[in-house]
Design a protein around this ligand. Sequence first.
Ligand SMILES: Cc1cc2nc3c(=O)[nH]c(=O)nc-3n(C[C@H](O)[C@H](O)[C@H](O)COP(=O)(O)O)c2cc1C
Length: 198
Amino acid sequence: MTGGTGGVRVLGVAGSPRRHGNSESLLESSLLAAEDLGATVDRLIVAEEGIAPCRGCNACSLTGACVVSDRMSEIYPRLDAADAIIVASPVYFATVPAVLKALYDRCQPYWARRYLLHRPVVRRRPGALLLVGGGRDPYGHECAVSTTRSVFAVLGVDYSDGFFVQADADPRTNVSQEALERAARVGAEVVGEAVARR
Ligand SMILES: Cc1cc2nc3c(=O)[nH]c(=O)nc-3n(C[C@H](O)[C@H](O)[C@H](O)COP(=O)(O)O)c2cc1C
């Protein structure tokens, strides 16, 4: 552990519906690097949370809070507590999988609080996106980046780093050592950025 990074809280968001696959491997590499620097890591496996979709009821436009009753009530404080957020996701039809999109859509209360209720963003923190795709889709992965950046914006998260790598679903995990090392560097850089903002 290196002095100066203690107390930095990194939220790692695993966005794939399958466990221990390519994107989660990248995430784990980045989070281990963050832990090596002394950060406290919170691992959020969205596929295990059963997050319901946003209903579009717009109740949050009036109150700033979501009325859907599920585990998001425990996830909102985890999002708020993070000094940095690293999302890892496969590309599904050029964007993120439904389990992660459900989490993203349930961030609508942050948008409502900021733009309708004019409550200021409490603080800004760094964030990164680690993306994996099979790479044969001609429509690319830019939608996944845009969607994530859109959510980061309402969370007060600055998109500071990230990358896309190609890896097939079969065999189960086949991201390269180079990609794992790159993910580790992202984890370290995000922690460094969070420390610099304290
Ligand atoms: C439903 C589905 C849709 C996919 N769509 C794309 C796509 O649009 N572009 C792409 O590059 N890869 C696509 N893939 C491939 C996955 O992104 C790839 O296998 C990835 O490595 C899986 O990551 P994971 O192991 O973290 O789940 C798709 C896979 C599935 C199951």
